[in-house]
Ligand binder design. Structure first.
Ligand code: F6P
Length: 546
């Protein structure tokens, strides 16, 4: 397997980066009025403008050459066809099969998984409609008014981000709540106003071993039984989504109330499976299908578009360019649509749990920066919180601005203001303002030379800060499905180019194991003397104060 850094295209990019770091984007725009047309991609429901990156046509050609030398299309086809590209766990990676709306047969280990997906969807449809139409009754015969999803990571972030984003599409027939944190405060706050006779719990856990989720689920059972005084009530108020049916049944979930998921779906890519039950219950099954259809549109684009016009490929290559070749250490996700207020949290797991690694497929340490840390938040709020950093710190932070042409909830005079900030901020980050202009502005405002000399250096914005602008027609189940799939495939391409396994997550195991050991010490009030002095000191302090 060729080491990436020995590839001719990699070396050409490293050399090209030296040249490009002497360039300023505002000059590139001045030199080419067609820059926007050259460096943007029009998709059915969204526009990707990547012209505000420090790239030229030569840069893009070199990046595409790298993609070709990394056999992106071959690896893409391997993924869609179910090859076990999750090498360390020896698993296929087939979240795309969950939204294969043509229902093409796909054989995996002798099974046509399209059939399995379709029967899982049919079960989701039946169940979500039963709950939404008041046909699923609690132990006292009352309809369900509230659903509480208990899960964490991919068993929480996907469904919660989607239902938060699509609130305007909910008819409110059932209230959906989420419990992910093992801090009892969260489940206490969620359960406090609820009526046990009318609550349905969905215990979402691919492994059905996650401590946080199991702890919350047990608390939920105690809460229910303490009011129903009947263990049998669990069968009417608990369902599970898991790949581990045995553990779910051992917990006490009736077999017929367990929704399958499979080991060929990674947790962070699982919202398209029965992990998406809260979405189907909140919005109705038809809208859940629209979400799948939106994702499928991007799957088709990813499989069919030439690399140079392939949005996920371009986003991935730009992230590699900005991080590995130009040295950016983080990347901001900045939605300018209130409905996407949880997008960044979702993207943090999707990107950083996938590619936050530093060992190649062969197990060698990588000798190049891999992916940036992902952070961000609602853009407008950020403008009054961290945009000072984006504009004037000496750390360049590439940013994805995500907005919509039409608001889902139009309020007169608001959307224009919102979007004027979107356009202004990406322009300001690109162009900046130099000292000459700053001084001229201050002079025109009648400032004294002394004031100008004092303040001008502090008002210079160097600019040359790269941004991608993603403009969606309007947030809807379909466009949101497309947006999420766009980033899923971007993450995939990044992993292939960087030669890291994007689909395991060994980095979460050490902390989990230590926590389980320390929990025993806390429970038994006995501190392991082999801990470092800090951990020992902290635990002693805690135990002495408990
Ligand atoms: O964070 C580690 C992780 O395994 C994630 O990959 C996963 O989404 C989450 O924990 C929850 O896992 P489970 O769905 O098995 O409870």
């Amino acid at each position: 397997m060729t080491m990436r850094t020995s590839l001719a295209s990699w070396q050409a990019l490293a050399e090209h980066a030296q040249e490009m770091q002497q360039q300023h984007m505002s000059d590139l725009f001045s030199q080419d009025q067609a820059r926007f047309n050259k460096f943007s991609i029009q998709l059915p429901n969204m526009l990707l403008d990547y012209s505000k990156n420090l790239v030229t046509s030569a840069t893009m050609q070199k990046l595409i050459a790298l993609a070709n030398e990394c056999d992106i299309t071959t690896w893409r086809d391997k993924m869609f066809q179910g090859e076990r590209i999750n090498r360390t766990e020896d698993r296929a990676v087939l979240h795309t099969a969950l939204r294969n709306r043509e229902k093409m047969p796909l054989m995996l280990d002798g099974e046509n998984i399209t059939d399995s997906v379709e029967s899982a969807l049919a079960k989701m449809k039946a169940f979500s409609e039963q709950v939404r139409h008041g046909l699923w009754k609690g132990y006292s015969g009352k309809r369900i008014t509230d659903v509480v999803n208990i899960g964490v990571g991919g068993s929480n972030l996907g469904p919660q981000m989607v239902t938060e984003a699509l609130k305007q599409y909910s008819d409110g027939s059932v209230n959906v709540h989420y419990v992910s944190n093992v801090d009892g405060t969260q489940i206490a706050n969620v359960l406090r106003p609820l009526d046990p006779e009318k609550v349905l719990f969905i215990v979402s856990s691919k492994t059905f071993t996650t401590t946080e989720t199991m702890t919350n689920a047990k608390t939920a059972v105690k809460w229910l039984v303490s009011s129903s005084f009947d263990e049998k009530a669990v069968a009417k108020h608990f369902v599970a989504v898991s790949a581990n049916k045995d553990n779910a049944m051992e917990f006490g979930i009736a077999q017929e109330n367990i929704f399958d998921m499979w080991d060929w779906v990674g947790g962070r890519f699982s919202l398209w499976s029965a992990i998406g039950l809260p979405i189907a219950i909140d919005l109705g099954f038809d809208k859940f299908i629209e979400l799948l259809e939106g994702a499928h549109e991007i799957d088709q684009h990813f499989c069919q578009a030439p690399l140079a016009h392939n949005a996920p490929v371009i986003l991935a290559l730009l992230s590699v360019w900005n991080c590995t070749f130009l040295g950016a250490k983080s990347q901001a996700i900045l939605p300018y649509d209130q409905s996407l207020h949880m997008l960044c949290a979702y993207m943090q797991q999707a990107e950083m749990e996938s590619n936050g690694k530093s060992v190649t497929w062969q197990g060698n340490d990588v000798d190049y920066p891999t992916v940036p840390s992902i952070w961000g938040g609602l853009g407008i709020n950020g403008q009054h919180a961290f945009y000072q950093y984006l504009h004037q710190s000496n750390n360049v932070v590439p940013a994805d601005f995500i907005g919509s042409v039409k608001s889902v909830t139009p309020v007169k005079g608001h959307h224009q203001t919102l979007m004027s900030n979107f356009f202004a901020q990406t322009q300001a980050l690109m162009s900046g303002v130099d000292e000459q202009q700053v001084k001229a502005d201050l002079k025109a405002k009648g400032r004294t030379q002394q004031y100008i000399d004092k303040v001008a250096p502090h008002k210079v914005h160097k600019g040359n800060r790269p941004t991608n602008s993603i403009l969606m027609q309007r947030i809807s189940p379909r466009t949101l499905g497309s947006l999420i799939a766009l980033y899923e495939h971007k993450i995939f391409v990044q992993g292939i180019v960087l030669q890291i396994c994007s689909f395991d997550q060994w980095g979460v195991e050490l902390g989990k194991g230590l926590a389980n050991d320390i929990q025993k010490e806390l429970d038994e009030n006995k501190v392991n003397k082999n801990h470092d002095s800090s951990t020992r000191g902290l635990i002693h302090y805690y135990l002495n104060c408990v």
